[in-house]
Design a protein around this ligand. Structure first.
Ligand code: NAG
Ligand code: NAG
Ligand code: NAG
Ligand code: NAG
Length: 929
């Protein structure tokens, strides 16, 4: 027994070079010398080290220079900053200076000139009152392993060779040339945990990296505090081991790849953990004997290169990050942790964790954090119950909330946007900032050096152009290891209101319902009136006038009202004007907008809204059209262009959520993986079926095709087909629609990203128009490289719909994005608008449709004053509809024939506003949301 005291004695002896001393000691006892193998010292050191908990050594903060210091980096003083330090639960803010040297923060506060003269060549940066935070820490990234732009030769995220492979390392695939490093740094990201993919239950070891370029230019030199195991170097046995990291995944992803069920995956876990657990036991038994000097017949220390990492998990020395969504999967994992006694750092995606907080608290070794998306959900069954209120609900249960990118699933450049949304939906501001800085650092096991603005911590900081939780917050400068990352950043002043925490709406009731209805709260409108409604305290009204958006400011005094009857505005202006006796006698429903506004309902395009309920579940969707170009002729019986209107589903959760956030209409084209899409349609998002009044705004809007490399036919073949369809339309339905395009009756909408393809389309339009003698209406969607041809597009009168609104080099064809501030002064939107291109903003995925109002607001914000709010609203209403053939001829009998949305507390484009009502003249009602 008493192995602990034995161990202590051994370690004391080890410190005295025990091998020399031991034989003498045995001789003194006059007993035959025990057998002691040559490797005894090394092995005993190893046994001793097995029980050391991971983490920094006690004297870590005695360091005076970072191990990542870049010689020649000047000491830097950031003056006059509002510093969010991360301390005191994220509530500490210091107004003062930060001094950086040796790759470290050497002080926060105020420095005397005496202190500063010690730093000879001090670089001084005047923050002029700007917010400074620790660098953004992304706890879930595939940067470098999941390539951007995507290229088959660089896909190193998932191994398809087995279900449980703890021996794999994300480091081995880390590409240092990925386009994302520079972009993510420009969004303030300084550290990312690069996880293997989720195709395996145990995908392998993960590594935290710093995103900056290193002089060595190697993946290894990017690592933050790597474990010594990466090169089998022997650390000082007196030092504790460094944290290791591992990826696990449960549920659909690992199960699908191997055609397993959840039952099979759970067994794969138990089998792997049993292997590790047994090996650990062997090691512990071995060490117990070795430590007691019972070497006889003991042999070599039991180890296994494939399983050593998982053994370390069972020893509690690995931060395990588990991709895990549903209650069933979470329950499996929690049981596993208790069966094999290992802790979990965080559950990722974790879309149902907010429903099972008590289950999470049963995890072995303490409650894991949750690493969430703000609004990305419903893309597969396990994400169907995703809730925007999850961060708030978790915080109220005392569970640590992290926001993560899963880059490139979400572009980590905008990870802070996830925190802004979490804050909007109810997460406290201190926790929202911490969710992408200090808390993610701590959960990663790196809280001793990153995630805080604190003396002795790594000099990773961001100076922001606004409060970090304000929409569109953009770095003015980013430091990593004290090295400034942005050369000549483009920064412009933001309105003063953006320097404070946004005053976000109250969503307590909605959050309560999310839990009460097990993640599926009812979304249909339940409170509708045809009667008289008086919106009071209205600050502004944006309305559609002649294809444009006009702003009418009603004033700041809170005395202004808008009266609506049967879904139509009948009076707007001062109380005294609108509140006539007749109106008052009718006892209108009075609704206080608290300085909010009325705006046109937005129209979305791009995602298959109305055609899909759950993207990855074919049985819930309209499906994918037959592509005659790649598959050969469509069976005669189904000849013709497919009409999206025929496949519409109403009351999908994404459509209803979009409606609740101000998107009253959608334009959707048939889903296609090839050249032919079909005929688009425009419909209402908030109605329950196609037969309802106002459900279909326009049955057929435009002809949609796509020209893209990598499809089964070449780009030139696709262009040849388009030319033929336009110059000599075949007989039949397809031909008749292309004839309408040539006659200018209906727009041709071409999905294309590459500037080369877009240039070809410019020439093709010219060719058709010359040969046919009339103008055609052409709109390019996607269009990430369109800014390179802005002038030519303007001259050719070709419209553009940017999709997504903020570009990302997803593929080779869209790699030449214009990133906007702080990297470039101009954005794609400002460049195109300045060239007089008619512009719209589109959305790529269904879940994101609800954020259209923020995309539009952000587009205006990053235009540095170049785009007004009215112009911004037009990007997702009047201009978009015109470009897609969905403009509706004004019906004279209606003053304002289109839906308007009422927002409380701010205008539709802001993070302060809550959409509270939709005014529908077509249906003659007001919906209270
Ligand atoms: C941290 O902040 C949150 C939100 O403001 C608060 O609810 C929580 O009680 C705080 N925790 C501690 C330990 O102070
Ligand atoms: C091995 O890795 C450790 C930990 O990063 C590092 O300190 C050491 O220099 C590396 N050794 C070699 C030979 O690269
Ligand atoms: C409908 O909403 C209005 C405005 O909030 C409110 O005054 C009214 O009481 C609600 N009616 C019902 C039946 O909930
Ligand atoms: C855009 O249109 C405006 C107004 O018609 C005109 O003054 C300007 O020269 C045009 N710009 C370009 C680049 O064509």
């Amino acid at each position: 027994m008493a192995p602990a005291s034995n161990k202590r004695r051994w370690s004391a002896l080890l410190g005295l070079a025990c091998l020399a001393v031991l034989p003498a000691a045995y001789q003194l006892l006059a007993q035959p010398p025990a057998f002691v193998p040559a490797h005894a010292e090394e092995t005993l050191a190893r046994c001793e080290a097995l029980h050391k908990p991971a983490g920094p050594p006690d004297n870590f903060h005695d360091r005076t220079q970072s191990d990542r210091f870049v010689p020649g980096t000047p000491p830097t003083l950031i003056k006059n900053a509002r510093i969010w330090t991360g301390l005191h639960n994220g509530t500490e803010v210091i107004e003062g200076d930060v001094l950086l040297d040796g790759g470290l923060i050497v002080g926060v506060g105020h420095f005397s000139s005496g202190e500063l003269t010690a730093y000879g060549s001090l670089k001084v940066v005047d923050a002029a009152g700007a917010w400074v935070t620790p660098g953004i820490v992304d706890i879930h990234s595939h940067l470098g392993d999941g390539p951007s732009p995507a290229l088959d030769g660089a896909e190193d995220d998932n191994s398809l060779k087995g279900t449980a492979q703890p021996w794999l390392r994300s480091l081995d695939g880390l590409n240092t040339h990925d386009d994302s490093y520079r972009l993510s740094i420009s969004g303030g990201v300084t550290t990312a945990l690069v996880l293997p993919g989720s195709a395996n239950a145990i995908g392998g070891q993960a590594f935290p990296i710093k995103l900056r370029h290193t002089d060595e230019r190697s993946p290894t030199s990017m690592l933050l505090e790597p474990p010594f195991t990466i090169n089998a170097s022997v650390p000082d046995p007196a030092l504790p081991p460094r944290w290791r990291h591992m990826k696990h995944a449960c549920g659909e992803n690992p199960s699908r790849v191997y055609k397993d069920t959840r039952l099979d995956t759970a067994w794969a876990y138990r089998n792997a953990y049993n292997t590790a657990f047994q090996l650990k036991k062997k090691q512990d038994d071995y060490c117990e004997k070795a430590t007691a000097g019972k070497w006889e017949g003991l042999g070599k220390f039991p180890d296994d290169l494939q399983w050593e990492a998982l053994v370390d998990v069972v020893r509690g020395r690995v931060k395990v990050n588990v991709h895990c969504y549903e209650a069933v999967d979470l329950d499996d994992m929690v049981r596993l942790t208790n069966e094999f006694q290992f802790p979990i750092a965080a559950f990722h995606h974790a879309h149902e964790t907010y429903l099972v907080p008590d289950l999470l608290k049963k995890t072995y070794g303490g409650t894991p954090a949750v690493a969430l998306f703000a609004t990305n959900g419903r893309y597969k069954r396990e994400a169907y119950r995703q809730s925007e209120f999850a961060p708030k609900i978790h915080a109220s249960n005392g569970i640590t909330v992290l926001m993560k990118s899963d880059h490139p699933v979400l572009n980590s450049r905008f990870l802070l946007y996830e925190a802004q949304q979490a804050h909007y939906y109810g997460l406290a501001d201190n926790l929202a900032i911490a969710s992408v800085t200090s808390n993610s650092a701590v959960v990663m096991g790196m809280g001793h050096r990153i995630g805080f603005v604190r003396k002795g911590w790594d000099a990773d900081l961001v100076i922001w152009d606004s409060h970090p939780l304000a929409l569109g917050a953009t770095p003015a400068q980013v430091f990593i290891d004290g090295v400034a990352q942005l050369d000549a950043p483009f920064v412009y002043p933001k309105p003063q209101a953006f320097q404070e925490v946004p005053r976000t709406p109250n969503f307590d009731e909605e959050a309560k319902e999310a839990v009460e209805f097990d993640g599926l709260p009812p979304l249909e409108t339940s409170n509708t009136t045809e009667g008289l409604v008086a919106f009071v305290n209205v600050h502004s009204v944006f309305s559609r006038e002649n294809g444009k958006i006009q702003l009418k400011s009603l004033g700041e005094d809170g005395d202004n009202v808008v009266i609506v009857r049967a879904g139509r505005v009948i009076c707007e202006g001062a109380r005294t004007t609108c509140f006539t006796d007749a109106i008052l006698n009718e006892e209108p429903t009075v609704f206080d907008l608290e300085g909010g506004s009325l705006s046109p309902g937005l129209t979305t395009f791009g995602a298959p809204v109305g055609l899909e309920s759950i993207n990855q579940e074919p049985s819930t969707n309209d499906g994918v059209v037959w592509d005659a170009l790649s598959k050969g002729d469509i069976p005669k019986i189904a000849e013709g262009l497919v009409r999206a209107v025929d496949g519409l589903q109403f009351s999908t959760r994404d459509a209803l959520i979009a409606y609740r956030y101000g998107v009253t209409h959608a334009i959707t084209a048939p889903v296609s993986y090839g050249f032919f899409s079909g005929l688009g349609t425009a419909f209402a998002t908030g109605v329950s079926n196609k037969l309802q009044k106002g459900a279909i705004l326009k049955e057929v809007t435009a002809v949609h095709v796509s020209v893209s490399p990598g499809d089964s036919t070449s780009v030139s073949t696709q262009i040849a087909a388009l030319r033929k369809l336009l110059l000599s339309p075949p007989d039949g339905d397809t031909g008749s629609w292309f004839a309408k395009v040539v006659d200018g009756e209906i727009p041709l909408v071409v999905e294309a990203h590459s500037a080369d393809i877009i240039a070809t389309l410019v020439l093709l339009k010219r060719e058709i128009e010359e040969k046919k003698g009339q103008k055609i209406r052409l709109t390019i969607t996607g269009a990430q490289e369109a800014h390179l041809l802005a002038k030519e597009l303007g001259e050719a009168d070709i419209g553009v719909i940017l999709k997504p609104a903020r570009g990302f080099p997803t593929a080779w064809e869209d790699r030449r994005i214009l990133p906007g501030p702080p990297l470039t002064k101009h954005t794609a939107a400002t460049t195109l608008l300045e060239a007089n291109v008619t512009l719209g903003i589109g959305t790529v995925e269904n879940w994101d449709t609800r954020n259209l109002r923020l995309d539009v607001g952000w587009t205006a914000l990053e235009a540095a004053g170049g785009i007004s709010k009215e112009e911004a609203l037009a990007l997702a209403s009047t201009s978009l509809e015109k470009l897609l053939g969905a403009e509706v001829t004004t019906d004279d009998s209606l003053e304002s024939p289109r839906d308007m949305v009422a927002t409380k507390g701010g205008d539709l484009l802001s993070l302060e506003a809550k959409v509270v009502g939709v005014i529908s003249p077509c249906r003659g009602v007001v919906d209270f949301l």
